[in-house]
Design a protein around this ligand. Sequence first.
Ligand code: 5GP
Ligand code: ZN
Length: 140
Amino acid sequence: MTKHLTENCIFCKIIRGEIPSHKVAETEKSYCFLDINPLSEGHCLVIPKYHAEYFHLVPDEYLADILPLARKVALASGLADGQYNLLQNNGPMAHQQVFHVHFHIIPKPNPEQGLKVGWPMQKVEQNDLKATLDRIKEKL
Ligand code: 5GP
Ligand code: ZN
């Protein structure tokens, strides 16, 4: 799998063991470890063993492997009752800091701990929703 990793990426180095990490679990195609600056206790990152900056650049076989591992870790964390966020950021404007695709598993045991989200919801007309739908479906 190392043939899909790059030299200077911090997460590629973690996969190769060149930088230490608290490994939670791994498969042939994915690696899960504790976030070094957790938003709450048990905050994990799940990454493909394939260097890609963005979600849409990860091959299907790696994506197919990563979510079952994320679920396994979420369940093992005792959060099966739904107290966690599964989060994935793409690009600096979307709060991405490390440019190797990663999914966060962030425990949210109570309102005080875990991810704090400001969710800027907008009001839209039905016509605008329809135009958006058409724009996306045209390219699918
Ligand atoms: P992003 O903002 O890109 O979605 O999140 C990057 C995450 O990677 C952050 O939560 C940050 O704490 C974590 N992180 C950055 N560098 C390291 C590292 O060297 N080791 C570990 N375990 N986590 C890291
Ligand atoms: Zn990488």
